[in-house]
Design a protein around this ligand. Sequence first.
Ligand SMILES: [Zn+2]
Length: 435
Amino acid sequence: MSADTSRVRDVTETIYTYAAPSLKFGAGSADEVGHDLHTLGATRVLLVTDPGVAATGHPERIAGLVRAAGLEVVVFDRARVEPTDESMIEAVEFARDAMPFDAVLAVGGGSAIDTAKACNLLVTNAGDLMDYVNAPVGRGDDPAHALLPMVAIPTTTGTGSESTTVCVLDVLAQHVKTGISHPRLRPTMAIIDPTLTVSQPAMVTAASGMDILSHALESYTARWYADFDAKQPAQRVPYCGANPIADMWSEKALSLLAGSFRAAVADGSDTGARDQMAMASTFAGMGFGNAGVHIPHANAYPIAGRVRDYVPPGYPEGSPMVPHGMAVSLTAPEAFRFTFEASPERHLHAARLLDPERRVESEVGQGPDLLPRVLSTLMRDIGIPNGLGAVGYGEGDVDDLVEGALKQQRLLATSPRPVREEDLAGVIGASLQHW
Ligand SMILES: [Zn+2]
């Protein structure tokens, strides 16, 4: 008996982990950041934001509050929306020139928060950005030293970057979107103040909401933690697969979205819906920040990275882009059709959390079509483009997109089913049009 037990222990994982920043949530919470930074021992703070967010006045107002608490603040307001290696290196050079700091404060969307993470990494550790970017694109080095305390104040709901260990960027020379992932990158504290998100255009709310939804769905349907090979202590990764703790956050995030998503897109001033979306974003971040995401996020990298001339309404003119959340959503219905057989119960339960009145279920029944149809109905209702075809891709691009998605092996490893090249071709090929 004992021999059997130890053999099982060698082969399959029995352990999962949970980590998160400390949280402050609610209207007006950002106004307390001076006190919070002071409590963290800060005296001189690097504030990172982007030009669009800076134009709302929130970063300058927040910098003023931090100064009023007796701290010095240096502002970098040129973080790029959808950061590149070039834009992050510019931010890092600014930060290194302006050192020393004893805390980092990010005010903005995922792009500003991710740029702040890169600055924090490289003011505390030697070397260049590419030394830390995931291999094989970069060297994949682990940071040797602890980072500074970092506070993240998201001004768009969705990315979850305020609670994750990841920083995402485009590496221009290699035409690939990749990232840096390490537990040391996780912010120390996240301050979620829903009053900061009221100014979002409808398409920004729709795209970032689909990102929240995908975070919750992908982590809920991710490969179960115990289905991985057992790891040694030093091999433990932040993303350990679906597990009982991550499940709680994901399920609750789905229920919050069911009650608020359509309303938040339809009326940006609906503060009740905004509050629920902000909470859903945070909760989904607590889930996927520990469980991980899989196929829709892997596909999103080449979908966003190879855009030609699509410019979404409500985003800066003149710069073609498929926003992250939109890119994630465009193959999500077909991805969940593919993963259905790995855990039918989870897919059906997730669909019911999103469609508690079971309107879609009464049309398509309880099978592999249910979750895809719940998603495509929602996407149509909130104005997400109808498939990859609507953002400029055609049949002839499928192989290219598959090749790009296959590079995201770290994400594909979290899929509940093994994903072969032909599987991705099936998912992407069926995602040119959804309705
Ligand atoms: Zn995402």
